[in-house]
Structures are given as C-alpha cells and as structure tokens.
Design a protein around this ligand. Sequence first.
Ligand SMILES: C[S@@+](CC[C@H](N)C(=O)[O-])C[C@H]1O[C@@H](n2cnc3c(N)ncnc32)[C@H](O)[C@@H]1O
Length: 282
Amino acid sequence: MLSDHYTRVPDLADAILSAYGDADIGIDDLAPADEFHLGGATATAALAADLGLSADDHLLDIGCGIGGPARRLASLTGCRVTGVDLTPSFVDAATVLSARVGLAGRTAFVVGNANQLAPDSTVTAAMLMHVGMNVADKHALFAGVAGLLPAGGRFAIYDIMRVGEGVFDLPQPFASAAEHVHVETPDAYVAALEAAGFAVTEPEDRTQMALDAPAVGSEQGPPRAVVQFVSRVGAAAAGDEQGTAALSLATVMGPNFLTMFENLRAALRSGILAPVQIIATR
Ligand SMILES: C[S@@+](CC[C@H](N)C(=O)[O-])C[C@H]1O[C@@H](n2cnc3c(N)ncnc32)[C@H](O)[C@@H]1O
C-alpha cells in the first residue's frame, strides 16, 4: 500500500514537537519537517501568491501530508483550508500540529483519496503539492477537482514531473516501489487539465527556486544553494552542535530519507525530473 511508504514514524506529531518542548512555536518552526516538497516554505509562499486567495476562500489541499502547506496558506491569506490525505498517520499529525500553532480553527484534516473527493459546495479553490507522482489516473483526478470547483475557481499544481528521458533510482521521497510511481510530463498534465475543462497557464519549472530556497532555521545568512530539506537532512544525519538531531524530513520519513533525497537530487541534476507549477482555472 502507498500509505506504507509514508508511514514510518510512530507518534509523528510527538516526534516533531519533542524538538521544542514547551516553547511557543509557529509555522516556521515546523517548516523543516512539515513542508514535504522541493523548495519548502518558499515554494508554498510562491504558490499562495499565484493562487490569489482571500479570507473568504475555502481551499481544498489534496494530499496535504502533515499540513505544512495548509497552515502556511491559512496564515498567509486568512482562508480556511481542508486537507485530504490517504495516509492516516499524516492526517493525525496534521491535526495535532495545527492545534499546537493556533490554526485549528482555520485548518481541518481528513483521511481520503484524491480520486474520490467528497462533494463540498463551499470549496472555492484547490491545490495539489507533490502528490500527482502517486496518482495513476490524472484525468479522473482533475475531472474530480473540476467537479468541485465553482466557475472561475483556481487549482494550483506543484508536482515533480518528467522533463527528460532516462531512468531514476528508487526509493524516491514519494515512492519506494515502481507501482507507486506515476510521474508524467508537463504536457500530459496540461492535456489532462484541459480535458477536464480547465484553462491552464504555461507550466513553470521551479528547479531554480528549489535550489535557491533558504534552509528554514538556517543562521548562516546567505541562502544555501541546496534544496531546503537537503541541508536539514544533513544536519539530522550528523547531529547538530548541541548533540541533538535537527528537525527535518528525516524526522517524518526516517533515516532512509537521505537515500531517497539523494536519488531525487540525481534525477534533478541529470534533467530527468523537475518540480513544475501549473495554475489552472475552472
Ligand atoms: C510528498 S507528500 C506531500 C505532502 C504535502 N502536499 C506537502 O507538500 O507537504 C505526498 C502526499 O500525498 C499523499 N497522497 C498520495 N496519493 C494520494 C491519494 N491518491 N489521495 C490522497 N493523498 C495521497 C500521501 O499520503 C502524502 O501525504
């Protein structure tokens, strides 16, 4: 099952929050662990700007993970966010983390499948961040999203897509087994979105943004020229100067995350995969 790939750490919210004890924390403190995509919080903020939400919106976050993007969108725009995810332990962690940072009132998380979205006439916008790589039938997925959104409603996609020929190694951060890898080209996304009735912007390759994204919590000054979570994983593997492991996506995915990320980084460097954003309008 795909959720087995993502279910690696028992008591996930505790594992994350134990880094902070009783401290007063906010969304940026969680970002090294809860923004599970290339470019981290930087990419989420860019997507938020392109979606153009207001406090009146109700955003559906499809494949919300442990809720970092949902909390950031709610914080940045004032909107309400409902996150749906296949992995029950992620939904549980997302709920606990939102309560801890005071966003329980504007974020809610439920277990569900992107291909069987429940009808909700209050939804005004949708997003999909680093999830489509796991979804085989994108035509069905996008038709389902189109059916939920009102005319003019926006749908932001930020996925790892195939941009070149070649084979990439597993495990990747998004899959351990080939049966869960459904990476497609930007053209295939656009075709599936248009078939579902969306008007689509030109796909934007966000590789450079991901490479330039500063590591959250970095005190080095200049941005590190690495994807946000690489440096945090490195810190976690080595242990920081106080002898405690830094918070990172390895906290969520376990120590094997370093191998997963190295395989992804190799595929990015060789031009096989890239993070790409597409904005679609119903
Ligand atoms: C790489 S994580 C990204 C999480 C989150 N969007 C983020 O950017 O932080 C991929 C997530 O997609 C979820 N997912 C994969 N396939 C799904 C499906 N068919 N329906 C719902 N969630 C799915 C996984 O459980 C996982 O939480």
